[in-house]
Design a protein around this ligand. Structure first.
Ligand SMILES: *Cc1c(COP(=O)(O)O)cnc(C)c1O
Length: 429
């Protein structure tokens, strides 16, 4: 039996999750079935009442998704995981599993734009309020953001696209002092490079659409439960510690112990919201994850070489990459990401918006894409694409300067990537 304690992350990437028994397929099967057949109605009744484990409807669980969930739970060192149809769905379910209308959330100000929209637009409509704090704020400033109704703290290990490194241990300490859990989105470094639970985080979320999938082929999300937060001691989570009338009064903490959070996320919220991944996407995610450890190493080494090249280039006005020794986050990287950070770099092209557009249009190997974190090198110039409706002044106010280029370094040969950037930088001056 493969246990999380006995193998290195590399081995878990390849082998954890699907462990075939005698005569079963070597490769994880795609269980393309919405439903499952049983011999007695009593057994199905027990499944519905959560008395027996097993699959009965793919909206709640599916064997292909379950194998990938177990692989990620093993990698992160958690007690269980729930796969979702996208990263957005993972963030939403993680928050709704803790917050009701009238509750409050504290989030790092440096997080993914889609998550900011989810928090500030849709959760707000549901009556959940969010306060953003600077990720470098002092403990006192973070503490001052707490209200009696605060139910969670949220941050990203490496923020997309700001690339700031989140001080997990410090935020966990303040969250716990206030009786609430810390949720960390670990999309950029992945569990191969950082395990937030080792630093006190309680819940990990993912957009698996990025490095875990790794090939830009399928959307997905994941929620992982450390099993370590004491919901009962906190007293702030009646949804977990008081009877659920939709399951004959089941109390999740009593019935499922350390897995209470992740079981409730599945049987209550996935049941009601249905943000379910397809078995095919779960299969593709598993396949991608079998090489995650190799790809992350190469993404990091390539990005480190590219960042060193860009840092010394006369046509580059500034560079932001947490893996550079000169990064403002070097101390945090040393603590949380000693083996590497990620493959995403942002930098400024001298000459502003027009020079950046000329640079983009001169690239031959790196492709213009909105996505990040897959095997192929890609670039995005927000000022002329995703944020083109904004003026230079509005862009600067949003923290995106007109000359900013976001580069997602792939796993090709580093010298080829650098040669492409070099010729495009010469062409834009
Ligand atoms: C992409 C991303 C998301 C959203 O995930 P989708 O799979 O696109 O829904 C959330 N958080 C982070 C950090 C991301 O990079």
């Amino acid at each position: 039996m493969l246990t999380p304690m006995s193998f290195h992350p590399d081995t878990l990437c390849v082998q954890a999750g699907w462990q075939p028994k005698n005569g079963e397929p070597r490769v994880l099967p795609i269980v393309q079935s919405t439903t499952f057949k049983y011999d007695s109605s009593e057994h199905v009744g027990d499944l519905f009442d959560l008395k027996a484990p097993g699959h009965f409807y793919t909206r709640l669980s599916n064997p292909t998704a379950e194998a990938v969930e177990n692989k990620i739970a093993a990698l992160e060192g958690g007690v269980g995981a729930l796969m979702t149809s996208s990263g957005q769905a993972a963030e939403m379910i993680a928050i709704l599993n803790l917050c009701n209308s009238g509750d409050h959330l504290i989030a790092s100000g440096a997080i993914y734009g889609g998550t900011t929209n989810l928090f500030s637009v849709t959760l707000k409509k549901l009556g959940i309020e969010v306060t953003y704090v600077d990720p470098y704020a002092s403990d006192d400033t973070i503490q001052a953001a707490f209200r009696l109704t605060t139910r969670a703290v949220f941050g990203e290990t490496i923020a997309n696209p700001a690339l700031t490194v989140f001080d997990i241990e410090r935020f966990a300490r303040v969250a716990h002092a206030n009786g609430v859990p810390l949720i960390v989105d670990n999309t950029f470094p992945t569990a191969v490079l950082c395990r937030p639970f080792d630093f006190g985080a309680d819940i990990v979320t993912y957009s698996t659409s990025k490095y875990l999938d790794g090939h830009a082929i399928s959307l997905g999300g994941m929620i992982v439960d450390s099993g370590r937060f004491d919901w009962r001691a906190s007293g702030k989570f009646p949804g977990l510690t008081e009877p659920d009338p939709s399951y004959h009064g089941t109390i999740y903490t009593d019935a499922f112990g350390p897995s209470a959070f992740i079981v409730k996320a599945r049987v209550q919220l996935m049941r009601d919201l249905g943000a379910t991944p397809s078995p095919m996407n779960a299969f593709l995610l598993n396949l991608g994850m079998e090489t995650l450890h190799l790809r992350m190493e190469r993404h990091c080494r390539n990005a480190e070489a590219v960042a060193a090249f860009l840092e010394g280039h006369p046509a580059v006005s500034w560079i932001n990459y947490p893996g550079l020794p000169s990064s403002k986050d070097a101390a945090l990287v040393k603590k949380y990401l000693p083996r590497g950070t990620c493959g995403v770099i942002s930098f400024g092209v001298k000459g502003g918006r027009d020079a950046a557009v000329r640079f983009m249009d001169s690239l031959k190997l790196a492709a213009i894409v909105v996505h990040v974190a897959d095997a192929r090198t890609g670039v995005l110039h927000p000022a002329s694409t995703t944020h083109r409706q904004l003026t230079d002044e509005q862009l600067t106010a949003a923290g995106i300067s007109p000359e900013l280029v976001r580069l997602s370094v792939g796993i090709e040969n580093a010298a080829d990537i650098i040669a492409d950037l070099d010729q495009a930088l010469s062409a834009c001056g």
